[in-house]
Design a protein around this ligand. Structure first.
Ligand code: NDP
Ligand code: OAA
Length: 263
């Protein structure tokens, strides 16, 4: 049996906790960490088996696998202790990994593992296979309803107010490295694609605020010497409009694999 701890009990963390609590072979929930302790207790009351609430800096001691779903700040606080201890770290805020190459080295040194789940997108197995040959271009086009793009400092600094948007509006075009920096709560998927494919300096990204978007829509286009790939998804939003419910489910699917004997 492997023990999982969840760092951050928001939309993804709570959904992952509920999924494990429903029962998963080889996996049990050992602990959670949260900032707002009262809100966390209310959320934990929805579970059949209530895990202890532990301080974030101590979370590594409570698990074989730690799932980060609290943002870049939480990742920065837990990554080194988890990897130093040779444990598994599942990273949702994977945009922050792009500026932390030392974490990969740390994992290698201590036999820890970093897992980046497919999150709100898919098709990454094909992208990774294409990367074994030559990928000529990789592109992500994301469309989100304006409500998913609120309180983003990079937009506010540019005086971009999306409340009045009536038609699809391009708010960002650039590469995954910048996308992850400017939209840390909305474009982790750009980092996920770039890690599977040709890296954050070459993966092109567009972000559209689209009042007609049905959920969070992501399209991937890859051209390679082994063929062309198109993937698209209209993902249902979770309790957090910026976050697709598929992201938590991708963690559950990953944990199911990690719970298999010998994994
Ligand atoms: N890889 C992917 O495909 C995707 C990645 N994401 C990323 O996953 C992360 C989680 O997303 P989501 O669940 O929607 O976000 P939420 O904002 O719903 O939840 C984040 C939670 O983390 C908590 N938190 C923040 N700081 C701390 C801290 N220091 N200690 C303990 N808890 C803390 C917050 O607490 P409080 O409520 O008190 O602030 C909040 O409950 C985000 O970084 C998001 O961008 C999201 C979607 C897809
Ligand atoms: O959930 C989504 O649709 C994508 C997202 O927020 C992210 O990649 O950070």
């Amino acid at each position: 049996m492997k023990t999982v701890a969840i760092a951050g009990l928001g939309a993804i963390g709570h959904a992952v906790a509920r999924g494990i609590d429903r029962g998963m072979d080889g996996i049990r929930l050992g602990a959670v960490s949260a900032r707002d302790q009262d809100a966390a207790r209310v959320r934990l009351d929805t579970l059949l088996h209530r895990p202890p609430l532990v301080p974030l800096p101590r979370i590594a001691a409570h698990a074989d696998i730690v799932v980060e779903c609290g943002g870049a700040g939480v990742l920065a606080e837990i990554a080194a202790p988890v990897l130093d201890a040779g444990k598994h770290l599942v990273v949702l805020s994977c945009g922050a990994l792009l500026s932390s190459p030392e974490l990969g080295l740390l994992a290698g040194r201590h036999r820890g593992r970093i897992h980046v789940p497919s999150g709100a997108i898919g098709g990454l197995d094909a992208v990774a296979a294409m990367a074994e040959g030559e990928i000529r271009s990789a592109r992500l086009i994301s469309r989100k309803p304006p409500i998913a793009l609120r309180a983003i400092p990079w937009l506010e600094q540019r005086g971009i107010d999306l409340r009045e948007v009536r038609e699809p509006t391009l708010v960002f075009r650039g590469y995954a490295a910048q996308a992850a920096r400017h939209f840390p709560a909305n474009l982790n998927v750009a980092a996920t694609l770039s890690l599977a494919g040709i890296g954050a300096q070459r993966t092109e990204v567009e972000l559209w605020a689209d009042p007609h978007a049905r959920g969070n829509c992501h399209a991937i286009e890859v051209e390679s010497d082994s063929g062309a790939m198109r993937f698209s998804i209209e993902a249902t939003a979770s309790g957090n409009p910026a976050t697709s419910s598929l992201a938590a489910q991708s963690v559950l699917a990953l944990l199911r694999r990690l719970g298999l004997p010998g994994a």
